[in-house]
Design a protein around this ligand. Structure first.
Ligand code: PEP
Ligand code: MG
Length: 546
């Protein structure tokens, strides 16, 4: 039995045979064509063909993973129209009098190298995209279509890395788990795995060789481990956990439609965190009472330029309508630090987590903020939209935000656009906001505690840095006391308070949170029923103190 560690991007257990997906190693030879013009014409024909393929893939991906996740194929299509890219291929063909496939391969290498050398995480990811589009062109030019063949049985997919085109081609009903040697938490494969509840590991340092094909493996997405040729004991244990998971899953299904109420009658709002509108289906399937955190920055991150008011309006309207009157809390743009979109042209910062991000960026660039607020206010006519502002540190910021948002509402009303009521709340995710939560509570309708950032800023531990794990205590007493103080201050002003960070789904803390008086928990869709189960098992008795 061989054991490999990796980073889990989605939990769960899988047992099955390995199927390796290897990049086709095409031997691209350099040829001297009859004429450079003819080669340029070949390249242009392949480019048109590639764009058609991408349009088809986009259509398929929209149906499978929704518009936002499918946007990558639109990006690829636009990259194929990029003047610099086309110009580079054309000039290699004509300056060196070489064949089109060779020129496309050299251009891909040059561009990928340039992108990988950039500091910007978003641009680094574009290196894989430029390779992907060139592979497609080369496939067309050499008549090899690059289709991925899978057997008829569900398998554990093992790859060096998976490009978006490869991921979308896979028949998801035949995928037991994804394991990749490279990849990042925000890669398309990772997003797909999380959305579709498929166990997935990235960064598994193993040498992918053909002799692994067909071997039995166990993927433990909870502990980030993969066992190849597992021992009988390991296999038995995995089968056992798998059937436990299935049992747990079907037991939890029985909780659908039930209240989130403790034995002694305290009820809690249990909402879902989502990143795009496709996730709404998962939120509803898991019986979410509302959306507690719609991370709207993903709309910006998956777009090649600023999403327009109209584009955003359509997304928020769809969310509002689809939740049929249940609360949909949309968090305004929280870009910066680890979440980047290159067109914002945010300069390099020494300490990006403490830099120009989230509400600070919105207040510095109010035109971007106003576009989003207009879209949100317009969507409020179609359901129960609430707006939530991230990274607040002062009362002054909140007053400024309220002024801008009142201005936007007045403007829309003057234009004759119908609006609904919108609650306005803030995220409590900085120690500063905690300490002045008594003052902030007078200004807003609700609080939602972002424990991911609150823990990072309280313990001074970069949430992205894996090397600090031994110093990170997710249950640190400082964070617990902060949550308690926020509850007390919110309730003194009759405002409700929730938790939308990862800690909200921590079953070990549910009782403590309820005793503190937390009114709402917003968790990823797959955690809703387990948290409901926990709430229903609790009896807080009379003494509600912590
Ligand atoms: C948080 O900080 O807890 C939070 C919910 O926001 P994000 O994880 O998107 O920063
Ligand atoms: Mg946060």
């Amino acid at each position: 039995m061989q054991t490999y560690k990796g980073k889990s991007v989605y939990g769960g257990i899988a047992v099955g045979k390995i199927h390796i997906i290897k990049k086709k190693e095409r031997l691209i030879t350099q040829r001297r064509p009859k004429s450079a013009e003819e080669e340029i014409a070949r390249f242009e024909a392949a480019r048109t063909n590639a764009k058609e393929q991408l349009a088809e893939l986009y259509g398929r991906a929209v149906a499978e993973v929704g518009e936002t996740n499918a946007a990558i194929f639109e990006i690829h299509r636009m990259m194929l129209d990029d003047d610099d890219y086309i110009e580079a291929v054309h000039s290699i063909i004509s300056d060196q009098t070489v064949n089109a496939e060779y020129a496309a391969a050299v251009t891909a290498d040059n561009f990928a190298e340039m992108f990988s050398a950039m500091d910007d995480a978003y641009m680094k990811e574009r290196a894989a995209d430029v390779k992907d589009i060139s592979e497609r062109i080369i496939g067309i030019l050499t008549n090899s279509d690059g289709r991925i063949f899978m057997g008829g049985e569900p398998q554990i997919i093992l790859a060096d890395d998976l490009t978006p085109s490869e991921t979308v081609q896979l028949d998801k009903s035949l995928v037991l788990a994804f394991v990749t040697v490279h990849g990042s938490t925000n890669s398309h494969t990772a997003i797909l795995a999380r959305t579709m509840n498929i166990p997935a590991l990235i960064g598994v340092k193993l040498d992918i060789s053909d002799n692994l094909e067909g071997k039995t493996a166990v993927v433990d997405g909870f502990n980030g481990v993969m066992y190849i040729e597992p021992s009988d004991e390991c296999l038995r244990e995995a089968e056992c956990r798998l059937s436990e998971e299935k049992k747990k899953h079907s037991l939890l299904q029985k909780l659908k439609g039930k209240e989130n109420i403790t034995k002694d009658g305290k009820s809690v709002m249990l909402y879902a965190n989502i990143g795009n509108i496709k996730d709404l289906a998962y939120a509803k399937q898991n019986d979410a009472g509302g959306i507690g955190l719609f991370r709207s920055e993903f709309i910006y991150m998956e777009s090649v330029t600023y999403p327009t008011e109209e584009e955003q309006f359509r997304i928020y309207k769809k969310a509002a309508e689809s939740m049929s009157g249940k609360r949909v809390i949309v968090r305004t743009l929280d870009i910066g630090a680890d979440k980047q979109a290159d067109y914002f042209n945010l300069g390099k910062e020494e300490n990006p987590a403490l830099g120009l991000r989230a509400i600070r960026l919105c207040l510095k660039r109010p035109e971007i903020f106003r576009t989003q607020l207009r879209a949100l206010c317009r969507a409020s006519h179609y359901g129960k939209i609430a707006i939530m502002y991230p990274m607040i540190t002062s009362v002054g910021e909140v007053r400024k935000i309220k002024e801008i948002s009142a201005g936007v509402r007045a403007e829309l009303t003057a234009e004759g656009i119908p609006l609904g009521e919108t609650e306005e709340g803030i995220m409590i995710e900085t120690p500063a906001a905690v300490m002045i939560s008594d003052l902030l509570a007078k200004e807003v309708d609700f609080f939602s505690i972002g424990t991911n950032d609150l823990s990072q800023y309280t313990m001074a531990i970069d949430r992205q840095n894996q090397n600090l794990e031994e110093f990170f205590d997710p249950h640190h007493e400082a964070v617990m006391r902060m949550i308690e103080l926020v509850c007390k201050n919110a309730h003194a002003e009759n405002k409700w308070v929730g938790i939308c960070g990862e800690l909200g789904a921590d079953l070990e803390l549910t009782e403590r949170f309820l005793r503190m008086g937390i009114d709402e928990l917003s968790v990823s869709p797959s955690c809703i029923l387990p948290v409901r189960n926990r709430i229903r098992s609790l009896d807080l008795g009379d003494g509600r103190g912590v």
